[in-house]
Write a protein that binds this ligand. Structure first.
Ligand SMILES: [Zn+2]
Length: 452
């Protein structure tokens, strides 16, 4: 609940790319280093404790006489970390400075936000809980292994700060201008994107920030502000209300184009060509790949080529994501019902070589975006049965052409003579798709969660 009484239930994030100078970069790096140190400290203590107990057991020590097990609770980790870094713990670091003074704990602790130590402690406790739940069979999904130490070289530098709210004071994480965001301890940092939406939503009490997560990847820092927002206004949520131009739309992830949306009357609603930027980025990625292959092992040239390749991968991913967001937003906002094909059906029908602009992973991401945006805007999302022949069916007479191949860019019907773009034909069929009837009294089952 916000201070204005609006219920805040919609989890959302704001992501910014930071523009930092050298000094700020070093401060961010120091924060990430502290986060890694705190995480590894906990994992190391627990591992040593477990090893000690295992060794004692192997010598036949009775269960009651073993070295006591450490608590893995978040609170005990936070308390332990504070005592350790402040030099109050028995195992605290001791350093003797040049002038002979003895410093207990981390001498530089004051330069890093206390939050970093606390959130890293929480992460370590959670990682250990995931591992132990997984061993007990109490955790769904992929088995979690024993947490790995974070490495300076292999792990991307990350850390998290909490956003604090004090009565009568501005939140500790807040935009201060169109391109600046203020953070505790770090002060004001420049960002590349406009902060207007975040500023407005914080100002009106329609967003409450929980935390800011920093990450250094591919040569730049990004920050993701996570929190909860008010549900969208009912006029924007109500299907058929202002702004909705379509009642029912089918979306075909195209062979020829990126995607085509059409209604059940055969009208094309929207085509996303949009592949040019993606193709250009992909062409540059290919060149960067070839350049890397030509370099010698362990050479400076190889390191440079690898950095360039990393940047190109990032660029392709960013372009693809932006395209998918524009498709999912337009559909969720602009129509009352959206029908998409099943991922597996799409995978069976198309081969990689023929312009799979979006790729299977991209299709999963598109479906994930459509799922949460449909919930935001009150749009109904229908996923067609995987056996529904959206591409092979004639949208005029309903005849199914079993011999349609990927090379056929135009659908020609031998029965009624219809000649139509193949992607448009598939989109029209999807718009007309009705899910198999459910037993009366039950609601249609919700769509399956998207593949991770
Ligand atoms: Zn026909």
């Amino acid at each position: 609940m916000s201070h204005t009484g609006v219920p805040l239930t919609r989890a959302t994030t704001f992501k910014f790319t930071l523009d930092v100078n050298d000094e700020q970069h070093h401060r961010l790096f120091a924060h990430a280093g502290a986060s890694r140190l705190a995480f590894n400290h906990h994992i190391g203590r627990v591992k040593a404790n477990l090893d000690q107990r295992a060794a004692e057991r192997s010598y036949g020590v009775a269960e009651a006489d073993l070295t006591p097990a450490l608590s893995w609770s978040k609170v005990s980790f936070i308390n332990e970390m504070n005592a350790w870094k402040d030099g109050r713990a028995p195992d605290a670091r001791v350093e003797v400075l040049d002038d002979g003074t003895v410093v207990r704990g981390l001498p530089w602790r004051g330069e890093v936000s206390t939050d970093v130590f606390e959130t890293a402690s929480v992460n370590a406790a959670q990682a250990l809980k995931n591992w132990s739940d997984s061993r007990k069979g109490a955790r769904a999904g992929k088995a979690a292994g024993f947490p790995r130490f974070k490495s300076r070289h292999r792990t991307a530098p990350t850390f998290r700060l909490r956003s604090k709210y004090r009565e009568g004071a501005a939140p500790s994480v807040r935009p201060t201008g169109p391109r600046t965001v203020r953070f505790p301890k770090l002060g004001e940092l420049r960002v590349r994107e406009n902060t207007r939406q975040l500023r407005r939503m914080l100002g009106s009490g329609r967003f409450h920030a929980y935390a800011a997560s920093f990450r250094f990847e591919r040569g730049r820092w990004t920050v993701t502000v996570t929190g909860v927002a008010a549900v969208l206004h009912h006029q924007r949520r109500n299907p058929g209300a202002a702004g909705r131009t379509q009642s029912r739309v089918g979306l075909d992830v195209g062979v020829k184009t990126l995607a085509v949306a059409a209604d059940e009357h055969g009208n094309q609603f929207q085509v996303w060509e949009g592949v040019k930027a993606l193709q250009q980025a992909q062409a540059r990625l290919k060149l960067a790949n070839q350049a890397l292959a030509r370099t010698k092992r362990d050479s400076e040239g190889r390191r440079r080529a690898a950095r360039r390749l990393g940047r190109m991968h990032g660029r392709v991913a960013a372009v693809r994501k932006a395209l998918l967001h524009s498709i999912s937003s337009e559909l969720a906002k602009g129509s009352a019902v959206v029908v998409i094909e099943d991922l597996n059906a799409a995978g069976m029908l198309r081969n990689r070589k023929l312009a799979r602009h979006i790729s299977d992973a991209g299709f999963g991401e598109l479906r994930r975006q459509l799922e949460y945006k449909s919930a935001w805007y009150g749009t109904e999302l229908i996923v067609a049965d995987r056996w529904f022949p959206s591409s092979k069916t004639c949208s005029a007479c309903g005849t199914v052409r079993a011999d349609l191949t990927l090379a056929d860019r135009v659908y020609e019907c031998g029965a009624c003579g219809l000649v139509i773009d193949r992607d448009l034909n598939a989109a029209v069929n999807l718009a007309r798709y009705t899910p198999p009837a459910q037993p009366s009294g039950t609601k249609p089952s919700p769509p399956l969660p998207a593949a991770a």
